[in-house]
Design a protein around this ligand. Structure first.
Ligand code: HAM
Length: 405
């Protein structure tokens, strides 16, 4: 029996890497004032069929539950977030800044950087129309990635203005019913053959391609760029009109983060979605946010040697020299654990060499040897890294370990 294709087992080493990623996400995002929330992993189907767009609807893990309700595993967090905020929006001071670390599920073809489940850091802001919120959000994404030790040599945030494209479609007489398919064609233009994109764009193809190469004027982009320059983050940004985002609800500044080498899929994506709360829940509040997945991020960090492999280290491994000392060793182990130390020991009688081996393989910092010395109220304390061994009284040992905590 194996895990389903596209799903991961997190053995302790992989779990430690996941924990390292989550810790960094939380540390940096909470430093920006984002507070954490969560929602249900299973949602009514129509929460996602209404406004996310066809692409994601085709990837839903949906089914009819035992009460005959159409439901789906969440493929993303944004509609849940919009629903939760809209339901109690009067209770929260605006702008609100919330973050979540949901596991999300998409029935995609598993490939490099794309699985059928992944974790996403979501940071979203509601209730702020001004572009200073866009600046804050993009800066947060950059700093989360910098928090792992990545620099502007490693990744870039490609930024664009979806409203610019909507205005462009209006000016060129494209009916609203065709906007989404045109925007999708722009979004996919880098992954598809040029002739396929040209056919989808029709008579506007030439004009659009010119904007891809030459750019265009957008006051929104200039304002955000200047703000990010003010923060010293301009090296992380590239204006690129090919970015429009695949999800249907975006309305303004949009962005995606990529590795500089172009080896991986998008690391993160987001933007403004000022109409989603109104369209889903009839609450008119501007909003914006991003999602940063753990799959591409892990691949990138691994390739740069930045993915911490450190598993949960033990402070002490207690080696019991002889079974006659076991009960007294228990007393010491318990006191150390009460002080908040991470302590482990052999559950059955073992030679000391075996116990030292176990201590090393568990990544213990120190080994406490409980032998005849315990009769004098002392133990031997060995530091694994240096192999130094000293005799120490139980009183001093407990004092040192409390000081170190
Ligand atoms: P998204 O671009 O669909 O946006 O996903 C965000 C990130 O999740 C992607 O850049 C990628 O790293 C990761 N991701 C997406 N699909 C997969 C997959 N199948 N396997 C592994 N990783 C994946 C959203 O989901 C928006 N809801 C983000 C957002 C939040 N917008 C506003 N607030």
């Amino acid at each position: 029996m194996q895990a389903l294709n596209g799903f991961r087992d997190f053995y302790p080493e992989a779990f430690a890497q996941r924990a390292f990623i989550f810790e960094t996400w939380r540390r940096v995002a909470s430093g920006y004032g984002f507070v954490e929330y969560d929602g249900p992993p299973l949602e009514p189907l129509d929460l996602f069929t209404k406004k996310s767009g066809e692409e994601i609807v085709g990837q839903l893990y949906n089914f009819i539950d035992k009460g005959e309700r159409p439901v789906t595993l969440r493929p993303e967090m944004t509609p849940t977030f919009a629903r939760m905020v809209a339901a109690r929006h009067r209770d929260f001071k605006k702008p609100l800044k919330w973050m979540a670390l949901p596991q999300v599920f998409r029935y995609e073809r598993p490939q490099k950087g794309r699985l059928r489940e992944h974790y996403q850091l979501n940071c979203d802001i509601v209730g702020e129309e001004s572009l200073s919120a866009d600046i804050e959000l993009i800066a947060c994404l950059i700093d989360v990635l910098r928090g792992f030790g990545l620099s502007s040599k490693d990744f870039v945030v490609r930024m664009s203005d979806r409203q610019f494209w909507i205005d462009f479609l209006i000016e060129n007489g494209v009916p609203e019913s065709e906007w989404y398919s045109k925007l999708q064609a722009i979004d996919k233009s880098e992954r598809e053959k040029p002739e396929v994109t040209r056919e989808k764009l029709g008579p506007l193809a030439e004009k659009i391609e010119k904007i891809f190469t030459e750019g265009a004027a957008s006051e929104r982009i200039s304002t955000v760029m200047n703000g990010l320059k003010g923060m010293g983050l301009e090296d992380y940004i590239q204006v690129d009109f090919r970015i429009v985002r695949g999800l249907a609800y975006y309305t303004g500044i949009v962005f995606e983060a990529f590795d500089r080498s172009g080896e991986f899929r998008a690391i993160a994506g987001g933007g403004r979605y000022d109409s989603l709360l109104k369209n889903l829940c009839d609450v008119a509040l501007p909003a914006l946010g991003f999602g940063l997945g753990d799959v591409v991020l892990s691949e990138l960090l691994k390739s740069k040697g930045l993915l911490s492999q450190k598993s949960a280290q033990l402070d002490y491994y207690v080696a019991i020299a002889d079974e006659s000392y076991r009960d007294r060793a228990f007393g010491l182990i318990h006191q150390l654990r009460d002080q908040g130390c991470k302590v482990d020991y052999a559950l059955n009688s073992q030679k000391l060499v075996k116990q030292f081996e176990a201590a090393e393989s568990r990544g213990a910092v120190k080994v406490i040897i409980v032998d005849a010395t315990i009769d004098e109220g002392a133990v031997l304390l060995k530091t694994i890294a240096t192999r130094d061994q000293i005799k120490i009284s139980l009183i001093d040992l407990l004092q040192i370990s409390v000081n170190e905590k």
